[in-house]
Design a protein around this ligand. Structure first.
Ligand SMILES: Nc1ncnc2c1ncn2[C@@H]1O[C@H](COP(=O)(O)OP(=O)(O)OP(=O)(O)O)[C@@H](O)[C@H]1O
Length: 227
């Protein structure tokens, strides 16, 4: 199933932000969400992962979801590996995390390897580049063993080459069978790396298409008359 969102509605102080969003991502699929500032993209992801409660609608997630943000929030003075290990703590009781410390570190190392940073495991997270830090954050999400990855503007703070690397990584994780839903502000990266593109406009899905069939005029219209 991956993730299936139906009829998602949300208002803040009487102002409708989500007006019945329908969206699904299958295991193995990478879906990019495009939309102007304020169109409701982050609210969809926050409702999906349970950080916000929708007024109505349903979210079905198979195998748990982990979220990655634009603001990376690593502990800068701890090693990359320690940061990734902390992803496991959410799914373990304290006693288990003490008992299985070595296994957790091994699994965290595998996760760092999947994002191409095994050789930086011992480095302080704060010393890594922005792109590397975002890949560590993705490794931490993988260490949660979630089957769904939600990414809210994961590359907005990165330079073009680091951004491309991170989006390519998300695509490769979908290739491993995860369901990946990412909000992007870069239609060209979405078109190159995602399978499907969803355009959100004023809290509704305005269009949905295979990435190869992306209509650039439909994309431009998302950003016209944005509120
Ligand atoms: N907790 C909140 N309280 C009040 N208003 C909110 C809250 N969260 C979001 N909003 C409003 O809902 C609207 C949609 O916000 P959201 O963050 O989902 O948009 P977005 O499409 O992700 O935009 P951006 O590209 O700027 O991140 C905005 O007008 C925002 O001000």
């Amino acid at each position: 199933m991956g993730i299936q969102i139906t009829g998602l509605r949300k208002s803040f102080a009487g102002k409708q932000v989500l007006a019945g969003v329908e969206l699904s991502v299958a295991p193995g699929e990478f879906v990019a969400v495009l939309g102007a500032n304020g169109s409701g993209k982050s609210t969809v992801l926050r409702c999906a992962v349970g950080l916000q409660r929708p007024d109505s609608g349903t979210v079905g997630i198979d195998g748990g979801a982990a979220m990655v943000f634009q603001q990376i929030h690593l502990v800068g003075r701890r090693s990359a590996l320690d940061n990734v290990c902390s992803g496991a703590l959410g799914r373990l009781k304290l006693r288990q995390s003490l008992l299985f410390g070595r296994e957790i570190r091994r699994e965290a190392m595998d996760c760092l390897d999947r994002v191409g940073l095994a050789d930086r495991a011992a480095d302080r997270a704060g010393r890594l580049s922005g792109g590397q830090q975002q890949r560590v954050a993705i490794a931490r999400a993988l260490c949660q063993r979630a089957k769904v990855i939600l990414a809210d503007e994961p590359v907005s703070a990165l330079d073009p080459s680091a951004a491309e690397q991170v989006v390519a990584l998300l695509a490769s994780l979908a290739g491993e069978g995860l369901a990946v839903l990412a909000v992007l502000h870069q239609p060209e990266l979405a078109q190159r790396f995602a399978h499907r593109i969803v355009g959100l406009h004023r809290g509704k899905v305005a269009f949905e298409s295979a990435a190869g069939a992306m209509d650039s005029q439909a994309v431009s219209s998302l950003y016209e008359g944005a509120r």
